[in-house]
Design a protein around this ligand. Structure first.
Ligand code: DC
Length: 224
């Protein structure tokens, strides 16, 4: 039987950084489910599907063959056989992902893929609905969050380092809006699973959060 660690939480809480480090320490596979929603969004953008047309999205998503491979320990997302990693992190794709991830047909398709991956291997999987829907039986469930201000500051620093001008208040406003959308959508909204451990990273370093999760893993499945 394979082991699984589910990490859910709002955008900017540090899920992917933390999940990657935990997966390295435990030698588990890291599964970034947001990248799958982004790949689906990319497909729908290329297919010129109207983001407002839910029926068209539901129909078109059946033709997107999304799969995951690991090359040198990195997750590679294949869209109809092509590596699309380099195209997933743009604002346009992120916005489309936020829209298409609310469509049930898209979720059903990607959740099946995520569940199949977790059956085959030990995984650290991050997303919005991993502990609640995708892997309700996960060995460790963490709901990782941080205040909207802290998350905005982290994003602001990231942009500054890239030399991109940014407005901290505007970033925080966008974060609050996105949280609202993710938490209030009809299908699989972002929420803390009843048995998930809340970790607020506002005043924690990355390593402290990683240690906390490894500690939970030791208490939980480490003794099995
Ligand atoms: O974590 P991210 O920014 O890469 O996610 C992209 C979008 O996909 C975001 O709007 C939330 C959505 N998503 C989701 O609905 N369920 C998941 N398990 C992962 C991401």
């Amino acid at each position: 039987m394979s082991y699984s660690i589910a990490i859910d939480g709002p955008a900017g809480a540090g899920k992917s950084t933390i999940a990657k480090k935990v997966s390295k320490q435990l030698n588990y596979i890291y599964v970034d489910t947001g990248a799958m929603y982004r790949a689906m969004a990319l497909y729908l953008i290329h297919s010129q599907v109207d983001p407002q047309d839910t029926e068209a999205i539901a129909g078109a998503c059946q033709y997107a063959d999304i799969s995951i491979e690991y090359r040198d320990g990195e997750q590679v997302v294949l869209l109809n056989g092509e590596n699309v990693n380099a195209h997933l992190r743009t604002e346009e794709v992120g916005n489309m992902a936020s829209v298409v991830s609310a469509v049930p047909e898209v979720r059903t398709k990607l959740v099946e893929l995520q569940q199949a991956l977790a059956k085959k291997a030990d995984v650290v999987m991050d997303g919005r609905d991993i502990g609640t829907v995708v892997l309700p039986g996960a060995d460790v469930k963490v709901y990782l969050t941080a205040s909207s201000r802290t998350r905005a500051q982290r994003r602001f620093l990231e942009l500054q380092q890239k030399g991109v001008e940014a407005d901290l208040d505007q970033i925080e406003k966008d974060i609050i809006e996105r949280d609202y959308r993710d938490m209030n959508r009809e299908h699989s909204p972002l929420r803390q699973a009843e048995d998930a451990v809340l970790v607020d990273s506002s005043d924690m370093t990355i390593d402290e959060v990683v240690e906390r999760i490894i500690g939970l893993w030791r208490e939980g499945c480490g003794c099995r």
